[in-house]
Design a protein around this ligand. Structure first.
Ligand code: BEZ
Ligand code: FE
Length: 294
């Protein structure tokens, strides 16, 4: 393998990998090399740009740690996360649509009983969320595990306070609960607000250079798991949000944009007197039975 030129470099790299015993790895790497080379040819990549790209990826690596996943953010803002989500979550139209997981899910969030307050002191306007989980054929799904996580009034997740001088309780505005025998669930939390994705690093600089903003419309995250059904990772969005049509990570589905009802101060759905205005949201999640297909 000598005297490789710009025409023979692609087949040369493909030939060099041909003995790979892992069929899937070979498929993925063959396509990656072909598309990467096609990209470099398409834009006639110059050496200075190649150095810049390496510098950018190096910066992304330097910012990344257990708390800050800059590579996930990069995938999100390039639409790769949403592409992978959509092509892996094809299901019947009557099922609740999936959207991106995002970087703020954490394992080990606290368990709650129905009716409890997940905010755990997080700052925000009261919000009472209720709903039902059912299967595609209408059957209630009892004992489904529901993970919820969200931003506070300032648009921050609890995780983002980890480095602050006055950290609050370990877990705020996130928790895990289970559906009742009729598939219903309800909890108290706070009203999620729109927020910018972390943009003080290389991904933020890239968005800036591209004339893009970093904002996500207000939403509540859900991850629902029940035996016999495909897991569902999704959000519920607030319908009046100004960023619904320009979400920085392309995650909005019309079917997930809902009417969150505002109420004046008074008796809340849990029977308590609420001295300030509050919101309510009610939604029915529809899960796809395993093996149902599209
Ligand atoms: C989120 O919704 O939590 C999120 C998703 C993608 C990037 C940043 C945040
Ligand atoms: Fe979020």
């Amino acid at each position: 393998m000598r005297n490789i030129d710009e025409d023979t470099i692609t087949p040369a790299v493909l030939a060099a990998m041909a003995k790979c015993g892992n069929e899937r790895l070979l498929t993925v790497m063959n396509s990656l090399v072909r598309n990467l080379h096609a990209f470099a040819r398409d834009v006639r990549l110059i050496e200075e740009e190649w150095h810049q790209a390496i510098g950018f990826l190096t910066d992304v690596g330097h910012v990344t740690d257990d708390q800050r996943q800059e590579y996930v953010l990069l995938s999100d803002v390039l639409g790769l996360s949403m592409l992978v989500t959509t092509q892996n979550n094809r299901k019947p139209a009557a099922c609740t649509e999936a959207t991106v997981l995002g970087p703020f899910f954490v394992n080990g969030s606290p368990g709650y009983e129905n009716g409890e307050d997940l905010s755990n002191g997080a700052k925000g306007r009261p919000c009472f969320v209720s709903g039902r989980v059912r299967g595609l054929h209408g059957e209630p799904v009892a004992d489904a595990e529901i993970e919820v996580w969200q931003s506070d009034d300032d648009g921050f997740y609890d995780e983002q306070y980890a480095d602050s001088k006055e950290p609050g309780p370990a877990h705020q505005a996130r928790g895990r609960l289970h559906t009742l025998p009729d598939g219903r669930f309800h909890f108290r939390s706070i009203l999620p607000e729109a927020y910018p994705i972390p943009h003080d690093g290389p991904v933020g600089r890239m968005l800036d250079a591209l004339g893009r903003h970093p904002w996500r419309p207000a939403h509540l995250h859900f991850w629902i798991k029940a035996p016999g059904y495909e897991p569902l990772i999704t959000h519920l969005f607030r319908n009046e949000d100004q960023y619904l049509d320009s979400d920085a990570v392309f995650g909005v589905r019309s079917s997930l944009v809902l009417d969150w009802v505002e109420h004046p101060a008074g008796i809340a759905p849990d029977g308590t007197a609420t001295p300030s205005a509050f919101h309510t949201l009610d939604y029915e999640f529809v899960l796809n039975p395993i093996g149902q297909g599209q």
